[in-house]
Design a protein around this ligand. Structure first.
Ligand SMILES: C[S@@+](CC[C@H](N)C(=O)[O-])C[C@H]1O[C@@H](n2cnc3c(N)ncnc32)[C@H](O)[C@@H]1O
Length: 186
């Protein structure tokens, strides 16, 4: 099958949008692949904040960044429900959410609508005008459909005068392919 998946699309989007010197947030650090990409795109003049609730994820992300010689990130063990504690309003250039569980980790420790929605709400306020948000939404399996449904319903409520929200769908793939979502703040 064609390798164009949700993660690859998100990375294409970020490569297009994130410039050197950017301030970026990875709201779900996991094993650090998105954080590492943001670090490279923001460069030495930029900075990246990465959050995850699991110590295993924080350690894995720090280890990946160290292996790749990337030194412009701060990796913190905390919930993205507290995102607004980490940045001033309208100062962030790009925010990334890759929902679900830690790859290779415990499927019972995963994102849920109860914290994802407040984190997304805070994210919109943190983005500077021109800033972007990338979101990968997983469903099915251990994730079920509750978080997906809550997120998709919430996205439809986002103010169209200030944000452009694009929800994509792989219509000819079987199962529950992850859903790529992209937001631009005007
Ligand atoms: C699919 S993984 C992220 C993958 C990651 N971006 C990467 O590049 O490897 C989802 C992560 O979200 C984390 N997570 C779950 N709930 C969270 C929360 N409330 N705040 C921050 N991270 C959370 C999980 O611990 C897990 O590591």
């Amino acid at each position: 099958m064609n390798q164009l998946n949700t993660l690859a699309l998100a990375h294409r989007f970020l490569r297009e949008e994130v410039r050197p010197g950017a301030f970026c947030i990875d709201a779900t650090a996991g094993r650090g692949r998105d954080t590492a990409l943001l670090c490279r795109l923001a460069g030495e003049a930029g900075r990246v904040l990465a959050l995850d609730i699991q110590e295993e994820a924080v350690a894995a992300t720090r280890a990946l960044l160290a292996r790749e010689g990337l030194h412009n990130a701060r990796v913190v063990r905390d919930s993205h429900a507290h995102l607004a504690d980490y940045a001033a309003p309208e100062t962030v250039d790009a925010i990334v959410f890759n929902l679900g569980w830690l790859p290779g980790g415990d499927h019972d420790i995963r994102t849920t609508g109860a914290t994802t929605i407040p984190a997304l709400e805070q994210s919109l306020g943190l983005l500077r005008p021109g800033g972007v948000l990338s979101l990968c939404v997983y469903c099915g399996g251990a994730s079920g459909y509750g978080e997906r449904d809550a997120v998709l319903a919430w996205l439809e409520t986002v103010d169209p005068a200030r944000y452009t929200v694009l929800v994509s769908r792989f219509v000819n793939r079987t199962g529950d392919p992850p859903i790529p979502v992209f937001i631009w703040k005007d």
